[in-house]
Design a protein around this ligand. Structure first.
Ligand code: G3H
Length: 253
């Protein structure tokens, strides 16, 4: 903590928390866009933070993404006895970055159990409805909504839409609607309005207001606007980010 103050990070953390209306911000030095070690440090800081908060019997919901995967890699082994669940079903990521994969890896590191949501991508509304009505899916969805903590990544809208192979016409439409950020499979414009939601199961944005602690982990200067948009559009308590993002947001009017 003394080192954080000398580096001026403590002060930036407090200023950024105030600017974004958050309870707490953690900043790691550097820019994750430029140095993969910074992303690793982000994952490590987020992992330490959530391990310090979780208690036996808690339910932790996690999203997918490369940053959340790094967090799972960086999680120290403990015996916490928590349950880890994916925040939402399939949203078109590669296996190693899917929420299910990350939930199972985190559960093994935390000495806990996990439940998975095997929702295929691109289900029709009818298929989605019948999937949701399966009793074991219902049970998992109830556990997800009872999470005490949610940890999620934040991405830039258009790069995320491309990564998830949304059709070109949809990507153009998103760009036309001013989509700038993505989190939980929701796409947001600059002011934090939802412009598109992926058709999948799991946490809905409206469920977030019942969750005690929502933690976002995202870094790299290119994500600065996306992070601001999500902080405006989504309930969020804690942000783990890097100094490049903090500087970009703090110098922006
Ligand atoms: O859900 C994924 C996030 O929006 C961003 O993913 O951590 O790979 O950049 P990322």
């Amino acid at each position: 903590d003394v080192i954080r103050e000398i580096e001026g990070l403590g002060k930036k953390e407090r200023r950024l928390a105030e600017k974004l209306g958050l309870q707490h911000v953690l900043i790691v030095p550097g820019d994750a866009d430029l140095d993969p070690l910074v992303k690793k440090a982000l994952g490590h800081a987020a992992a330490d933070y959530i391990r310090g908060i979780l208690k036996s019997g808690d339910i932790l919901a996690v999203t997918g993404g490369t940053t959340a995967a790094t967090l799972a890699d960086q999680m120290q082994r403990t015996q916490l006895g928590v349950e880890v669940v994916p925040a939402r079903g399939g949203i078109g990521e590669n296996m190693e970055f899917q929420a299910n994969t990350i939930a199972s890896r985190l559960a093994s590191q935390l000495g806990g159990t996990y439940r998975l949501l095997h929702a295929p991508d691109l289900m029709s509304d009818e298929a989605l409805q019948s999937f949701i009505s399966e009793p074991h899916v219902q049970e998992t969805l109830q556990r997800i909504r009872r999470a005490r903590m949610v940890v999620h990544g934040i991405g830039q809208a258009i790069p995320m839409a491309r990564r998830r192979k949304l059709p070109d016409a949809k990507i153009e439409q998103l760009a036309g609607q001013g989509a700038i950020a993505e989190a939980f499979g929701y796409y947001f414009d600059r002011s934090g309005n939802i412009v598109h939601a992926m058709n999948t199961v799991g946490l809905r944005l409206s469920d977030l207001k019942h969750i005690e602690r929502i933690v976002a982990v995202a870094g790299g200067k290119s994500k600065a606007e996306a992070i601001s948009a999500v902080a405006h559009g989504c309930p969020l308590h804690v942000l783990v980010t890097d100094e490049a993002v903090a500087d970009a947001i703090l110098t922006h009017r």
